[in-house]
Design a protein around this ligand. Structure first.
Ligand code: ZN
Length: 372
């Protein structure tokens, strides 16, 4: 994630700032400097630091609620739309997801109430829209902005908390996958509406709309993928027809194999059939260019490849593929011999099969009832 900067660790969670968040802050600073000079810009800077803290507290609302359900949170990333706490796994139990999602906006509501009760803040409608107006007391602006953050995050669209709250509410009636689909469609409609309003009033909204739109599709895609791969034995979906390479072979032999097959990833196996690594198309071409046709396959391959036993599930294999950013996952039998391959192509094919099937139907080996 080169788009984020680490700024420290709080209670075991790494805090990162997305570059767009910094751009957003810089934009406010520049705008207030242009409109009111340096005094206004510095006032805005203080305000921004406090706002940043409120956003962070919002995220820790999610984080501490998630921990209560045993979900660990390695990272929190701050974005212009409020920040994303990366949960190790998002609970598919609607009640838990609901509570984790709503905890963030509730923190902003709590901050607003504290500012009003203990710091004498007054809620002014004009304060949220003119955060650079020094005539309005800082506490008033902070209270207004916290209320705005709570409401904005409750917009029913992924990746906003409102999207998760909506899914959790839907999931308690119609199952997780369908609920995600419906919530994603509503979110994309909201994204269009935001984009339209943005065209008329504020270009920043257009960027948020694009972000929201993409997040909705990717969320729906990931959930569908998890659902289709859950409980499916890896042996039912893996590739079993593929060419392998010997580590001793020269790279020009690998080129021959590349041309003769439609494969993009070649497992490299030793004499006993045990996987040693993967040579993918990109690495093959790079080796040919930089090391020449005589180099051995063993020197060009990626050696650190995730392996899963043939009794594992497809869901585990997909998880390995994503986590390790590997070109493939090798599947081995009880003796450690290579029996199959899972690649990104397997994912694409599974998705196509899933989309071709009528709603709720499952193909052959994965016809066993699913808890979704
Ligand atoms: Zn949130």
């Amino acid at each position: 994630m080169s788009w984020s900067l680490n700024i420290g660790t709080v209670a075991g969670t790494v805090v990162r700032i997305h570059l767009t968040f910094l751009l957003f802050l810089a934009w406010i600073f520049a705008a207030s400097y242009a409109s009111g000079g340096s005094a206004t810009a510095w006032d805005s800077l203080l305000f921004m630091v406090l706002l940043f803290l409120c956003v962070l507290l919002h995220e820790f609302g999610h984080i501490f609620t998630a921990r209560a359900f045993g979900v660990t949170t390695p990272y929190v990333t701050l974005l212009p739309i409020g920040g994303v706490a990366q949960l190790e796994s998002i609970p598919e139990e609607p009640r838990q997801e609901f509570l984790i999602a709503i905890a963030g906006p509730l923190v902003n509501v709590a901050i607003t109430i504290i500012l009003v009760l203990f710091f004498g803040a007054e809620l002014q409608a004009s304060a949220a829209s003119s955060v650079d107006n020094m005539a309005i007391p800082l506490v008033n602006r902070l209270a207004a902005v916290n209320l705005f953050l709570a409401l904005f995050n409750m917009i029913p669209a992924f990746p906003m908390d409102g999207g998760r709250v909506l899914r959790a509410l839907l999931a308690s009636r119609m199952g997780y996958v369908r609920a995600t689909g419906v919530a994603a469609s509503i979110g994309q409609f909201v994204a269009f509406a935001l984009g339209f309003i943005g065209l008329l009033y504020n270009p920043i909204l257009i960027f948020i709309a694009i972000f929201v739109y993409l997040a909705a599709s990717s969320e729906a895609h990931m959930v569908a993928l998890r659902a289709v791969s859950r409980g499916v034995p890896v042996s039912h979906a893996m590739m079993t027809q593929f060419a392998t390479l010997s580590p001793e072979a020269h790279i020009d032999e690998a080129v021959q194999t590349l041309l003769q097959t439609s494969q993009g990833e070649f497992p490299v196996v030793d004499g006993a059939g045990k996987p040693l690594g993967i040579l993918d198309r990109g690495a093959l071409i790079r080796a040919l260019k930089t090391l020449g046709p005589d180099v051995r396959v063993a020197e060009a391959m990626t050696a650190d490849i995730p392996t899963i036993g043939h009794r594992g599930t497809l869901e585990q294999a997909f998880k390995l593929l994503q986590e390790k950013q590997a070109p493939a996952v090798t599947v081995t039998d009880a003796n450690g011999k290579l029996v199959g391959l899972i690649t990104s192509e397997t994912i694409a094919e599974m998705m196509m099969v899933q989309e071709a099937l009528p709603n709720g139907a499952r193909l052959g080996p994965w016809s066993k009832p699913q808890g979704v």
